[in-house]
Design a binder for this molecule. Structure first.
Ligand code: ADP
Ligand code: ASP
Ligand code: MG
Length: 465
């Protein structure tokens, strides 16, 4: 059995108790498969806090710098006191102090400049994972575990698309071979921050919110591990978003394709890009609960065993915007769609769902930061209507391919809910409807009751027909 990579999310490194649990989990894995690579997120809420501070200082509000930075400093030093023996504390505390002072200087400079460029945001946001990873590495060392801190900025090489940087796979693999692999071969546990990378010139970047999962998968692919473990605060991939539905169940096994669709359509437990490296190196991904390490979790592989469930899980992406573009004259003209999508491309805004009618095209977007510019550009050649506060509700499952009537049953199950758009993916692995965000809880619960309520699954299924 080869080494594995283990990624721990924010709540799994939230404080000294959480980090102790993490250490037990890692020790047990090391005893089974040798030293794993450990990838950690920032302590919970830290990234939100850092980005909020950037927004404030860029508006000239300097008041929060001292309090905000001191709070972060205190939180990390408190954890060090609890986890690192007195005689071993000096070194890591000094490193944390240095990182904290660098952060304070960065925020002060941004306040003077009143600046919040994506590049500055990444410089500040990277501090969260740099701090947490130093802390976790030191906790291991203090407990006599042979662990070593690895600077993620030297291990993940990206382009300069700050806040959503794209890894250069070849350069990242070379860097991982240099920065991570030798430690594993010498029996040491490399500990690095997720989410963070750097351009080839060494400027800090981030892979986008939730990107630590993606880091773990990149590290897994580059370091040639046998499994990518995502340790989080739920028991695995659930049959619906637990923030929306009260009784979701764990999906024990799903395919890479299903996991990608669920992640893309809002199952926050996995960053949407996580599966790409896993697919290219055919590495299984496991989602596990750091609060209940003995629970079986979810396994994600290329070909899960056949099953007869109609769908695998539901996901929802909330607060999306529908942009409807109408042109009575132009729609049928060739070149219209190209022109339309060029606008979204120019504003670097991804479109999730598209439907067309004779005179209009409706698209949904998740990122509405550039909405004003997009609308103005589209109005140069068409009429534009914007509908905010919408949501995507998506049913995903490999079995949908062989069940042509599923979409009809899903729509029947949503009777009374206003459907704004309906789309079946070309992969036929998902059916997506666009509804009002206010209807998500009702709609998702109703579908979930129909397909996942045990024990009368079949009866309920009939009811949904
Ligand atoms: P971490 O900090 O460990 O990366 P995240 O908050 O990013 O954790 O992801 C875990 C959260 O994802 C869960 O607490 C849950 O609220 C949310 N979530 C949304 N949809 C799903 C789903 N289908 N299955 C599991 N969790 C989901
Ligand atoms: N800390 C980052 C975030 O909150 C990355 C992650 O946790 O995956 O988005
Ligand atoms: Mg996450």
């Amino acid at each position: 059995m080869r080494n594995v990579v283990m990624k721990f999310g924010g709540t799994s490194v939230a404080d000294a108790d959480a980090i102790r649990r993490l250490m037990d989990i890692v020790r047990a894995e090391a005893a089974r498969t040798g030293p794993p690579v450990v990838v950690v997120s920032a302590m919970s809420k830290v990234t939100d806090h850092l980005l909020k501070m950037v927004a404030e200082v860029s508006r000239g509000e300097r008041g929060s710098i001292q309090v905000g930075v001191d709070e972060l400093r205190h939180r990390h030093l408190t954890a060090i006191e609890a986890l690192v023996g007195y005689h071993k504390r000096a070194d890591v505390s000094a490193k944390i102090e240095m990182q904290v002072e660098e952060l304070r200087a960065m925020l002060t400079a941004l306040a003077i400049l009143r600046e919040a460029s994506p590049r500055s945001m990444d410089g500040v946001a990277a501090a969260g994972e740099l701090l947490s990873s130093r802390l976790v590495a030191a906790a291991f060392q203090s407990a006599g575990v042979d662990a070593v801190w690895v600077d993620a900025r030297r291990a993940i090489v990206t382009d300069d698309n700050y806040t959503a940087a794209v890894p250069d796979i070849a350069a990242t693999h070379a860097a991982l071979m240099r920065e991570v692999r030798p430690h594993l071969e010498s029996g040491r546990i490399p500990v690095l921050g997720g989410y963070v990378g750097a351009t080839k010139d060494g400027v800090a970047t981030t892979l986008g919110r939730g990107g630590s999962d993606y880091s773990a998968a990149l590290v897994g692919e580059g370091a040639g591990v046998s499994e990518i473990q995502i340790w989080t605060d739920v028991d695995g991939m659930l049959t619906a978003d637990p923030r929306v539905v009260s009784n979701p169940r764990v999906v024990s096994h799903l395919s890479f394709g299903e996991a990608s669709e669920l992640a893309y359509f809002g199952a926050k437990v996995l960053h949407p890009s996580t599966i790409l490296p896993a697919v290219s190196a055919d590495i299984p991904v496991r989602i596990l609960n750091s609060h209940r390490p003995d629970a079986p979790g979810t396994l994600i592989t290329a070909r899960p065993p056949l099953n007869d469930r109609p769908i695998t899980a539901l996901a929802c992406k909330r607060n999306v915007t529908v942009v409807e573009v109408t042109s009575t004259r132009m729609l049928m003209a060739h070149g219209f769609l190209r022109r339309l999508f060029e606008v979204f491309e120019r504003y670097r805004t991804a479109v999730d769902v598209v439907t067309t009618s004779e005179v209009s095209v409706s698209v949904t977007i998740d990122d509405s930061r550039n909405l004003a510019g997009i609308a103005a550009a589209l109005r140069e050649f068409a009429e534009v209507t914007i509908e905010p506060d919408m949501a995507l509700l998506c049913a995903v499952g490999e079995n949908l391919r062989s069940d042509p009537a599923f979409a009809i049953r899903m729509l029947a199950g949503l009777e009374g809910v206003a459907l704004r758009m309906v789309s079946q993916a070309a992969s036929r692995r998902n059916v997506t409807v666009v509804i009002r965000d206010a209807d998500v809880a009702t709609a998702m619960s109703r579908l979930h009751d129909a397909w996942f309520a045990e024990p009368q699954q079949e009866t309920r299924l009939e009811a949904a027909r």
